[in-house]
Design a protein around this ligand. Sequence first.
Ligand code: 5GP
Length: 212
Amino acid sequence: MTVDGRGLLIVISGPSGAGKGTICKSFMDRNKNVELSVSATTRNPRNGEVEGINYHFMSKKQFKEKIKANDFLEYAEVYDNYYGTPKSNVEEILESGKDVILEIDIQGALKVKENTEEGVFIFILPPSMEELKQRIISRGSETQESLMKRFNSAYKEINYISKYNYAVVNDKVETAVEKLEAIISAEKCRVDRIKDSILYSKEGMTNEQLYD
Ligand code: 5GP
């Protein structure tokens, strides 16, 4: 929670295979006052994925209706499927004083950046491109074509790092999570976030107040 009682909007993105999901999961296990926003997607569930936990799975028709109804804080087409962040859910979490993490792709992160002033934008980098390739392959859940798409777009996406506030290299999950925690602590102390909540008097104190 920030000093004004509103939660912090934390946007985490980076190329597929950088380990965003693992870092977010570990971060969530260690920090209780934070919720992960559950995105909507038109892609099929992978083995073990659960509706409402990993994603809200829906058809393209349903997704397009939600776009029309202005239900998304952002949405993007990623690898031939739509992904979007439900707006009302994020707002509810922030209002309740909890922090919220959006684990989203780079196009989505840039849209959030355009539409809000409150986000903290964190880019997760793989230790090397070779390691990234191995991670994407080892997931084993993709077709050859989809693997190539993900790998090629990872190369292009890394160029967008300059649009972010922070970068964290995911060489070791624990260290990456510690860095994430440090970033979030520092963000909550930023003067431009807390200045309206700090008690101060422009006039200073009278003698009576000092000895009261
Ligand atoms: P995956 O299919 O591997 O779960 O996700 C593919 C990509 O879509 C990842 O980079 C993931 O971060 C991104 N993604 C997941 N949810 C959202 C969302 O709500 N909006 C956007 N823009 N990207 C998302």
